[in-house]
Design a protein around this ligand. Structure first.
Ligand code: FES
Length: 285
């Protein structure tokens, strides 16, 4: 191999890494300006295609190709042979050391890619609610009125004894994540844990409607047993005791929503659910 390197090959490798730089800049620009998924995919394709092409050409044309044969007859080479070998080794290394342009372009390509990926990472960590925070909260807040599926505010007397009503936060009647059921029972029969008796109004108790097993709506109420039943896999929840599962595959209680009434006697939430709603991979209670 010549000691002067291969300028044509160097430039080819540098051009491939330059394509990576362009792809990374394109990715960052698309992400910041409009976040179009197809264009993001194209940008990543260009970036990694350039990286792959650069490495392939570098490995195929700039690195020593061999073959190399190890002499095994003499275990210790005479001094003169070692000197010749060392000088040969230095000479063969020379083109690699001289390939400064590809090395610089590789550093630039990797650095640009790293900077481009900071944009989505920043969005994930600092812009708006993160997925895990969003899943752990609902739209219920202290003072938010409780409305039915038509958006009508409710009074405790609107819930018949033994009745069940699906409700939502006011203004969020399409918000399935906050979907809740109101059940009215005899207040004297309630045996809620942890002082949660204050979370009810005249025997009206509120639970998340999302099953803690696999997320189906807990749509059935067995009035005689005062139990909520999920139709998907028949998990059964005891309404009187804070909705712990008493049968079926669910392992967690339905989270209970603290409720009260406002100055006009309308039902309102007194905060969010104390535990994440939905399937049982949330092990926080
Ligand atoms: S989703 Fe409710 S029991 Fe399976």
């Amino acid at each position: 191999m010549s000691g002067r390197g291969r300028p044509g090959t160097d430039r080819l490798v540098a051009a491939a890494f330059a394509l990576t730089v362009l792809g990374a800049v394109f990715f960052a620009a698309v992400y910041v300006l409009g976040n179009r998924t197809q264009l993001l995919g194209l940008a990543l394709f260009l970036a990694f295609a350039g990286l792959a092409a650069g490495f392939a050409v570098w490995a195929g044309r700039l690195l020593p190709q061999g073959p190399y044969v190890e002499e095994r007859e003499a275990m210790i080479s005479p001094p003169e042979a070692r000197r010749v070998f060392a000088s040969e080794l230095d000479r063969d290394q020379e083109p690699v050391v001289r390939a400064a342009l590809p090395r610089r372009m590789l550093m630039l390509a990797l650095g640009t890619l790293a900077v481009a990926f900071l944009f989505p990472i920043r969005s994930l960590l600092f812009s708006g609610p993160t997925p895990w925070r969003a899943l752990g909260r609902t739209a219920w807040r202290d003072g938010v009125r409780i409305v039915d599926a038509e958006g009508r505010p409710l009074r405790p007397s609107d819930i018949a004894r033994g009745g069940i009503v699906t409700v939502f936060p006011e203004g969020r009647v399409k918000d399935d994540h906050a979907m809740t059921v109101l059940v009215r029972v005899d207040p004297a029969r309630l045996a809620l844990p942890g002082g949660r008796g204050a979370w009810t109004v005249d025997g009206v108790v509120a639970y998340s409607k999302i099953c803690t097993h696999a997320g189906c709506p807990v749509a059935l109420y067995v009035q005689t047993a005062e139990q909520l039943v999920c139709p998907c896999h028949q998990s059964v929840f005891d309404v009187l005791k804070g909705a712990p599962p008493v049968a079926g595959p669910a392992a967690r209680p339905l989270p209970q929503l603290p409720i009260g009434v406002d100055a006009e006697g309308m039902l309102v939430a007194r905060g969010d659910f104390p535990a994440p709603v939905g399937p049982g991979y949330w092990r926080t209670t």
